[in-house]
Design a protein around this ligand. Structure first.
Ligand code: GLU
Length: 429
């Protein structure tokens, strides 16, 4: 008998494995209570719904939606809904778990959840997206609610989609509770109870983190060159606020193109182009197209992954020449990528800290709604900045205490708060 050895391609590490490895690493180092570790290693509930929608051509399509609720020890479940073809139960699980760490680290009274619909929204008309959103909301039923689980925007979802969710959810409840039920989501349009500043909160927070990072190293953000992967809400607003600090945007990548200009790309002109071009950056006249695979290796000071997970990996991390990776996306760096960055002394501002401005903004929207108040953008941005400063200070102190990197210390801060809550409250019954 002859045996043949089949060379196996290295298996792609999924986001769920990444988050579980990060969790196990931090739990080992801090010696997390074994019972709490067991609880946090599992999600509380996983909802998968299949629902029919009539398309514009008269045909019926059945869609798949998810909502994974990881943990609610600290408060109602909180986290975005994304519309993306790569969304599956594993991705929703990983993203829900990251939300639990993120809200805990930020000191918010929330747990973690995530979900969405497995679609490419660019394939559907506005009317179809509205019907998909409303029917998805209906399918989720009472699994969400303003004091139970509060969704928000994420990849490919926006204020309009939140408004449809709020309207559908509250319309299917008793009229006497309509207004309270409108607050089932955050990231709503201003006229529908939204918060001034929530639109820019994540990008603003990324830059708040970079300002602290620059202060620690006595760097000046002015004149620093940066590249951004993803030109959605997070990518655009990060570029907008970094330009205000005097930094120069030299490259942007999305699924359609990679644009490069050493003299600087104007994010406002690029946004205008992208808005008029189906939210794609391809075809922008203000920069040259380059090979997508060379993007991360461009000489620059700051890399901002602000798109999907698992983008900085063992294959491309070695090419990164920047001083810092500011994780605007959730889970953009996998374990192998992280090891290489660490070896090459590239700082990482971890996602659960770096992109926490979004959910902090959501918290203030929820609070504003609960109090029936309307706040000014200046106050909102200042509150977000302060909260991020507090988190970063804790992350630095904990990193010195345990002699660990910032991601691990961010996890330890988040896990300690959860551990304390479980110890104080005990387990029912
Ligand atoms: N989707 C955002 C995140 O990943 C925001 C979540 C929220 O505001 O609830 O953090």
């Amino acid at each position: 008998m002859t045996t043949t050895t089949v060379e196996k391609a290295p298996r792609k590490q999924g986001m769920y494995e990444v988050v579980m490895e990060q969790f196990a690493h931090a739990a080992d180092i801090m010696d997390l209570d074994p019972g709490v570790r067991k609880i946090l290693a599992k999600t509380n509930s996983e909802i998968v719904v299949h629902f029919p929608v009539r398309l514009d051509n008269g045909k019926i399509e059945v869609f798949t939606g998810y909502r994974v609720q990881h943990n609610n020890a600290l408060g109602p479940y909180k986290g975005g809904l994304r519309y993306h073809p790569t969304l599956d139960i594993d991705a929703a699980r990983a993203l829900a778990i990251w939300m639990t760490w993120k809200t805990s680290l930020a000191g918010l009274p929330y747990g973690g959840a995530k979900g969405g619909v497995e679609i490419d929204p660019k394939q559907y008309s506005q009317g179809e997206l509205e019907r998909i959103t409303r029917r998805f909301t209906y399918a989720l039923g009472d699994n969400i609610g303003p004091d139970l689980d509060i969704p928000a925007p994420d990849v490919n979802t926006n204020a309009q989609i939140m408004a449809w969710i709020a309207d559908t959810f509250s319309s299917t409840k008793s009229p006497s509770t309509r207004f309270a039920n409108l607050h089932v989501v955050t990231g709503k349009p201003l006229g529908a109870g939204g918060l001034e500043g929530r639109d820019r909160a994540t990008g603003f927070g990324v830059v708040a983190n970079l300002k602290t990072w620059a202060k620690i190293h006595k760097h000046d953000l002015k004149g620093m060159r940066f590249i951004v992967q993803g030109f959605g809400n997070v990518g655009y607003w990060t570029a907008h606020f970094l330009l205000k600090e005097g930094a120069i945007l030299i490259a942007v990548q999305d699924a359609t193109a990679t644009l490069h200009d050493e003299k600087g790309i104007d994010p406002e002109a690029l946004l205008e182009h992208s808005d008029a071009n189906g939210r794609n950056i391809k075809g922008f006249k203000g920069a040259k197209e380059m090979e997508p695979k060379d993007f991360f290796a461009l000489p620059c000071d700051i890399v901002v992954p602000a798109a999907l997970g698992n983008q900085i990996t063992g294959e491309n991390a070695g090419g990164i020449k920047a001083k810092v990776v500011a994780e605007g996306a959730n889970g953009p760096t996998n374990t192998a990528g992280e090891e290489i960055l660490r070896k090459n002394k590239v700082d990482i501002i971890p996602d659960i800290l770096c992109n926490s401005g979004g959910v902090i903004g959501s918290y203030y929207e929820w609070l504003q709604n609960k109090r029936s108040e309307i706040w000014k953008i200046e106050e909102v941005l200042k509150m977000i900045h302060d909260k991020i400063d507090t988190s970063f200070t804790q992350v630095i102190a904990t990193s010195a205490e345990f002699k660990v990197d910032w991601r691990t210390s961010a996890y330890i801060v988040a896990l300690r708060r959860l551990e304390k809550t479980y110890k104080e409250r005990g387990i029912f019954p």
